[in-house]
Design a protein around this ligand. Structure first.
Ligand SMILES: C[S@@+](CC[C@H](N)C(=O)[O-])C[C@H]1O[C@@H](n2cnc3c(N)ncnc32)[C@H](O)[C@@H]1O
Length: 282
């Protein structure tokens, strides 16, 4: 399970998000959620938005599907929902913490492959390979090639994830493959498009909530900690600020500049549900 430093930091970030989400907000999932028009955009409703998203995703699983591979299964809640409605589901999860939570939840009803998708080795074949907000972490070409090997003859690739638009100005939010590049890559493979739904509008409110938390909670707490450090350990504080000035500037720009908004998300990102069917190569 050898991976680069950035991937490990990202995994730790996701694990922290899972712990905080569960303990402070009773959240089960790690995705953005789906805000229907009648749902008030409020942190207290994020759990409902996440349930909406899970139901939305499940409603797009084609008829006749029996087996699903959930790639990047998070805490295993989506897999559990799928198992509960009768699908046979296995999971891929590189995080030891999230894999254990998924095992505890699913018991012997599912196999949890504790590895990165790129490293998965199995003889199993599936009717659907599902990426629920996990496609962005894997090189598209590698993900598609691997998926084609793991799908049954007429299986499906189902992606629900954020992509980057072609907007030219500087993108204040990272994450997601460029959508145009993805379309170009996928067109090279024996996969026929069945559905391509844009749900950017329905996912963007989560970014407003996230931005609000950074502005009203994280930033003031960081400022207070900084004051504490300046006061108690002025030399260490000065040294750290000098040594890590570029990193600190980057973090401030990314999280505390007020650019993390639903409006910017809609400009720079495209959140899509994409369903492809494996076809016979010509
Ligand atoms: C944003 S979370 C989404 C979790 C879950 N699918 C959900 O919808 O709540 C991203 C997930 O992708 C997983 N992940 C990240 N990189 C991966 C990789 N290379 N292979 C497989 N899973 C990966 C993480 O461990 C995490 O479970």
């Amino acid at each position: 399970m050898k991976k680069k430093k950035t991937e490990l930091s990202r995994e730790i970030g996701l694990e922290i998000a899972a712990i905080c989400g569960k303990h402070f907000l009773n959240l089960e999932h790690l995705h953005y959620g789906y805000w229907t028009k009648d749902l008030e955009v409020d942190l207290a409703n994020l759990r409902i938005a996440q349930e909406n998203y899970a139901n939305f995703l499940i409603s797009h699983i084609p008829d006749g599907v029996r087996s699903i591979l959930d790639v990047g299964c998070g805490r295993g809640q989506m897999a559990k929902k799928l198992v509960d409605v009768g699908y046979k589901v296995d999971c891929v999860s590189p995080s030891p913490l999230l894999s254990q939570q998924s095992r505890d939840l699913l018991g012997d009803r599912s196999d949890i492959f504790e590895c990165y998708y790129e490293q998965l080795q199995t003889e199993n074949r599936y009717d659907v390979v599902l990426f629920s907000e996990s496609f962005q972490y894997i090189e598209p070409e590698e993900a598609i090639k691997k998926t084609l090997c793991l799908l049954n003859g007429d299986g499906y690739l189902l992606i629900c994830d954020v992509f980057r638009t072609d907007a030219q100005s500087k993108n204040p939010q990272s994450g997601g493959h460029p959508l145009t590049r993805f379309y170009n890559i996928v067109s090279e493979y024996p996969l026929g498009l069945v559905k391509d739904l844009d749900i950017t509008e329905e996912t963007a409110p989560t970014i407003d909530i996230e931005g609000h938390i950074f502005k009203e909670v994280v930033h003031p707490v960081v400022n207070l900690l900084e004051q504490l450090l300046d006061n108690r350990y002025p030399f260490i504080s000065k040294f750290l600020k000098w040594k890590y000035r570029r990193k600190i500037d980057k973090i401030y720009g990314k999280y505390f500049s007020g650019q993390r908004t639903g409006e910017n998300f809609k400009k720079f990102k495209s959140y899509r549900l994409l369903l492809y069917k494996k076809t016979i190569p010509q």
